[in-house]
Every structure is written in structure tokens, then in C-alpha cells.
Design a protein around this ligand. Structure first.
Ligand code: SF4
Length: 322
């Protein structure tokens, strides 16, 4: 308990915890840890909750071999219908639907290593239309783009780039061999140079250790990341991780709480796999998490915006952009 309080004090005084200070949190009693994480969240972020939605703007046929992913062409998993980049009309229609439900952020996500130049031009047109017609904030997840493309994307009206680190630098080569951790970091840095915010977290349950998760969050902190998606692996049949054991709700609660200690003022965001948690994330929202992806996920069903809005209101949160 004393350790938790001491670390909390250091954080309140503007200090950043070292890895040596963070590691003991993996062994601390869960309830006081989550309680302290909730207090840190309230101290730095108040009751603001950042709820976003995603649209699968291009699906499947991916050249990459990320072992968790149903969209990879390397495995037998089928993610439903594969399709090329959606039309502006479809992307805007979904944006308007989300804006009408009170969602403030809308992310266009595409499969593949990176969008082509022609696809970037097309999607910039969609971003402009979304900003003009739905007024919702736009985030993008278009793979390993460079600075010049990110400048175009910012000028079209997007504000944030998503590119997950997925795991630690040590563990990532066991998850994916077709691109590197350095590729991901360069993508995040290029987005920042282009004047965009960056959102980056990972997937829990790939076989990584708690230390890997902490290393990932420390890398995100060093990169100035202020939105950290915490995905829980949904072991999809036909992917190499199909037999991975599911994480328990308490394991996810600890991850979320520890991440809050690492980046005290970030949006710690429950993302894919939230539906696998018995309480749909409620305990995490009372233990350090203050953001979520709502609605359907990329290859799995999520939780509806309406359900999330009702829960968040009940918990005393106000939905605002984080
Ligand atoms: S995570 Fe992205 S890059 Fe990796 S296989 Fe899936 S769609 Fe392709």
C-alpha cells in the first residue's frame, strides 16, 4: 500500500515512474492498485470520457502476417467479405450515424501494409466530406505511411493517426515478420512531424509477459502518445493464436491500472475484445481506463454506442474528446 501511495505522490508532483518503480505494481494487491489508478485518472483527466467508433474502410487480403489477425492472407481465417476501399458515400453515412449518437471521434481503418498513393488521395476526399457533412473528429489507421502522406491527411481534416505498437520491441518479431517495430515507430514519428496526434497501444494475450506490456507502454510514453488502446486478444479460429488462453477480467484490470501509472494523463482506451470481458469493461472504467472504442470492431462484434452511453452516464462520465 505504501508503495502505491508513494508512486501516486510522485505522479501528482509531475514525476514519471521508472521501469524499476513500475515493475512491483505487477505484484501489488489488485483492488488498491485499481483504486489508485482511478484516483490518478480523476486527478489528471477528470470525468471526461473519450468514446470513438471505427469503420473498416478496406477489409482483408492483407500481405502482412500479424499472427492475431483474421485479415492476413497468410492464414485460413476469413474475416467475412473482403472489399476494397469504401466509397466516400458509405464512409460519410456511417460518420453521420455515429455523430448523431453523440460519438465525437470516428476512425477510418484499412487493412494492408499501407494505402497506395491513389488510395490516400481517395480517402482524403472522404475525410474532407466527413468533416464537412458530419462534423465529427476524424482519426485514421492506414498502415505504414510516411510524412508526406500524413501532411495530406492532416490538410484534409484528420486530427489523429492510429498505429499500434502491439507489444514490446522484444516480443513484436514473434508476432509479425513482414514489418518491424522500427517501421511502426517511424510511422508514429512521421505522423507527429506532419502535425498529427498519435494513438498507439497493443494487443494483450499474444503470449507476452507483463514486462513486455510495460515496455510497450514506456515506448508509447517516450513517443508522446496520449491515447493508448488496450485490445484483448480474441483468438480467432484459423489464426496462429486461435488456441491462446483468454485473459481474465482481473488481468485486464491490472494492465489498465499499470498503464494509468505509466502515462497518467492519457486516454487509456479499451478497444477490441472488450466484449469478452464479463462486465464489458465496467470495472476497468472504474480502475484507470477513461476511453473506449464503441460499436462493432474490425473483425469482431463490439458493444453498441447506446449501451456504452448509458453505462458511462451511470458511472458519472461525460463523453468529450480526449
Ligand atoms: S493487423 Fe493490419 S497489417 Fe497486420 S495482418 Fe491485419 S490488416 Fe494486415
Amino acid at each position: 500500500m505504501d508503495t502505491i501511495r508513494k508512486l501516486q505522490e510522485k505522479i501528482y508532483q509531475g514525476g514519471f515512474l521508472t521501469k524499476g518503480e513500475i515493475m512491483p505494481l505487477t505484484e501489488m494487491p489488485l483492488e488498491p492498485l485499481c483504486q489508485a489508478a482511478d484516483e490518478i485518472r480523476a486527478h489528471f483527466c477528470g470525468n471526461r470520457f473519450d468514446l470513438c467508433t471505427i469503420i473498416n474502410g478496406k477489409c482483408g487480403r492483407c500481405s502482412e502476417d500479424c499472427k492475431y489477425c483474421a485479415q492476413s492472407a497468410h492464414y485460413t481465417a476469413a474475416c467475412g467479405a473482403s472489399y476494397p476501399l469504401l466509397s466516400t458515400e458509405k464512409i460519410v453515412e456511417q460518420a453521420k450515424h455515429n455523430a448523431a449518437q453523440g460519438v465525437l471521434r470516428y476512425s477510418i481503418v484499412t487493412s494492408g501494409r499501407r494505402l497506395s498513393e491513389a488510395e490516400v488521395e481517395r480517402v482524403c476526399e472522404s475525410i474532407r466530406a466527413v468533416r464537412r457533412e458530419a462534423g465529427i473528429e476524424v482519426c485514421v489507421s492506414f498502415g505504414l505511411l510516411g510524412e508526406a502522406d500524413f501532411v495530406k491527411i492532416r490538410e484534409a481534416g484528420a486530427s489523429r493517426v492510429h498505429c499500434n505498437l502491439e507489444s514490446s520491441e522484444r516480443y513484436f518479431p514473434l508476432v509479425c515478420t513482414t514489418h518491424t517495430y522500427a517501421d511502426k515507430i517511424e510511422t508514429l514519428l512521421a505522423a507527429k512531424r506532419a502535425g498529427l496526434e498519435v494513438c498507439s497501444g497493443g494487443i494483450m494475450g499474444l503470449g507476452e509477459t507483463m514486462e513486455d506490456r510495460i515496455d510497450m507502454a514506456l515506448t508509447a510514453r517516450a513517443l508522446g502518445v496520449k491515447s493508448v488502446p488496450v485490445n484483448v486478444l480474441n483468438p480467432i479460429p484459423g489464426t496462429p493464436y486461435e488456441k491462446n488462453p483468454a485473459l481474465t477480467n482481473d488481468e485486464v484490470r491490472r494492465i489498465v491500472a499499470v498503464f494509468r501509472f505509466i502515462i497518467p494523463d492519457a486516454s487509456i482506451r479499451l478497444a477490441g475484445g472488450r466484449g469478452l470481458l464479463g462486465d464489458k469493461g465496467e470495472k476497468c472504467f472504474a480502475g484507470g481506463a477513461n476511453a473506449a472504442i464503441s460499436g462493432d470492431m474490425l473483425t469482431t462484434a463490439g458493444i453498441t454506442v447506446e449501451t456504452d452511453m448509458a453505462l458511462l452516464r451511470e458511472m458519472g462520465y461525460t463523453v468529450v474528446k480526449g
